[in-house]
Design a protein around this ligand. Structure first.
Ligand SMILES: Cc1cc2nc3c(=O)[nH]c(=O)nc-3n(C[C@H](O)[C@H](O)[C@H](O)COP(=O)(O)OP(=O)(O)OC[C@H]3O[C@@H](n4cnc5c(N)ncnc54)[C@H](O)[C@@H]3O)c2cc1C
Length: 458
């Protein structure tokens, strides 16, 4: 039964995970819905792409089994194609492979005694974990001790986010470091399985044909006729309290009633017509997103590593992470071949953003050679890909700024926001599906123009 006050569909801007989930759950609530997507395919930053016979994702993705209801929904969409995977990750450090998450027994075997002594001394001497560190460096030092933090965490974090750790919020790690404090660490060292279970990271769900299969299955379940691809929103017209229409591809104007935007928060503000006050525009230009370039190599060998991901904390290596899709699903490459992807985080004004494909390929090959993985003779395919708006950069104060920008957008009573970039939150796909489900049931129960705060925090 539709509770839509008119026959106008809910208009969803963007068909990444947030837009698709909103569309599907709204459709299941009986509401008419249409999705407008700029790209020629659905899935946003959680897509699977092809390079000849190889498949790879737009960045190393896994489906986190953290919400039973959403896991069940995704299982229902994918059936047996959604598999539980156990693949460990490791850190490349001075020619050694250190298990990630860090494990004391592994460190005991791989770190020199002088470092181990320093780490142990810090464990005994540093104050207990504080929950109110001012910035990421402080939090990392308090939680792990300066030695561990400097060896594996701060260098990696600064490379990933492109900002000094003192400028970054303690929250940039998301739940990646959950349970990775020194107490857990030493519990595990003394054989407690309790410590270990809390930060177990090597087990997750992954679809047979790549992470993007989740988006594809969601789009199929919704019905492709609800989704217009190649449809870029170029302007959002409003009367000060309501969004009235969107312009697509600078030519076509579409009248709208209820709108759910999954576009980056800063982009929505830029597209508003009339434009927001200068103060809001200035605030919007003070928050930033991190972008990624991917170097993709198809290899004529069965496997390169046994890992889900290999991390490179060293500041001398431009890439942050290598992942091998075939260790998530063997169907990502032909038998006896494999594919690896290297992630290179950048700002748009970095030299790395405009580095040529040839240079990227050579940097990727040189890294694999330096790590003793391959001299490059077995590289049979190469591609590169950009992932814009990969991460909202959670600099100190940025979340407050994003909240103020969100408050400004809340004046538009028919505009809802949901998504990672839309809300400037470091969140994951299962959370977006959960928030989309909540939003859809609120819209269905007639709350279209009230109480948007839950969606706004998604
Ligand atoms: C490297 C990396 C690894 C990740 N790993 C994981 C993981 O392991 N597990 C996990 O759950 N999540 C992971 N994520 C996060 C996940 O990819 C995002 O949370 C998710 O893609 C966000 O979905 P979204 O719909 O909010 O935004 P997006 O995926 O960014 O989708 C937004 C959509 O809007 C479209 N759009 C933009 N501008 C316009 C316009 N003007 N008009 C119309 N359409 C427009 C875009 O083309 C896009 O399709 C990872 C992300 C990255 C970058």
């Amino acid at each position: 039964m539709s509770t839509n006050p008119s026959d106008m569909p809910i208009t969803v801007l963007g068909a990444g995970p947030a837009g698709l989930a909103t569309g599907l759950y709204a459709d299941r609530q009986g509401m008419p819905v249409r999705l407008l997507e700029a790209a020629d395919a659905v899935g946003g930053n959680a897509r699977t792409l092809r390079l000849g016979p190889f498949r790879y994702d737009t960045g190393a993705h896994r489906f986190h089994d953290k919400n039973d209801e959403i896991t069940a929904d995704v299982k229902a969409l994918l059936g047996d194609d959604l598999r539980r995977i156990d693949a460990p990750s490791q850190i490349c450090w001075r020619g050694r492979r250190i298990d990630f998450p860090l494990a004391p027994v592994d460190l005991l075997r791989k770190l020199p005694p002088s470092l181990l002594a320093r780490i142990s001394w810090e464990q005994l001497s540093i104050p207990r974990v504080s929950t109110d560190a001012d910035h990421f460096r402080e939090m990392a030092h308090q939680s792990y001790g300066p030695t561990l933090a400097d060896l594996f965490l701060l260098n990696y974090t600064e490379k990933l986010w492109g900002a000094d750790a003192e400028r970054l919020s303690p929250r940039v790690a998301g739940d990646r470091l959950e349970g990775l404090d020194l107490t857990t660490f030493f519990l595990e060292a003394f054989g407690s399985s309790k410590g270990k279970a809390r930060h177990l990271d090597g087990s997750f769900y992954y679809p047979k044909h790549g992470y993007g299969q989740i988006a594809e299955a969601t789009a199929n379940a919704l019905g492709r006729d609800h989704i217009r691809t190649g449809t870029r929103i170029t302007s959002i017209a409003h009367d000060g309290t309501r969004v009235e229409a969107v312009t697509v591809n600078e030519t076509e104007t579409i009248d709208v009633e209820t709108v759910v935007s999954t576009l980056p928060l800063t982009l929505v503000l830029r597209l508003l017509d009339p434009a927001p006050p200068a103060e809001i525009q200035d605030l919007a230009s003070s928050i930033r997103f991190r972008h990624l370039r991917l170097a993709v190599l198809g290899l004529d060998r069965p496997r390169l590593t046994p890992n889900a991901s290999l991390y490179f904390p060293s500041r001398h290596v431009p890439f942050t992470r290598l992942y091998e899709p075939t260790n998530r699903s063997p169907d990502m490459a032909p038998d006896d071949q494999t594919v690896v992807v290297l992630e290179l985080p950048c700002h748009r004004d970095d030299a790395a953003w405009s580095r040529s494909a040839d240079t990227l390929r050579e940097e990727a090959r040189a890294l694999l050679a330096a790590q003793g993985l391959t001299d490059g003779d077995d590289i049979v395919a190469f591609d590169h890909h950009t992932v814009p708006f990969a991460y909202p950069i959670l600099e100190v104060g940025a979340e407050k700024t994003a909240e103020r920008l969100g408050n400004y957008l809340d004046r538009f009573e028919n505009l809802h926001r949901l998504g990672r970039s839309a809300n400037f939150t470091y969140t994951h796909v299962h959370n977006l599906y959960a928030r989309a489900k909540t939003l859809a049931s609120r819209l269905a129960s007639g709350e279209r123009e009230r109480d948007r705060s839950t969606a706004a925090r998604a």
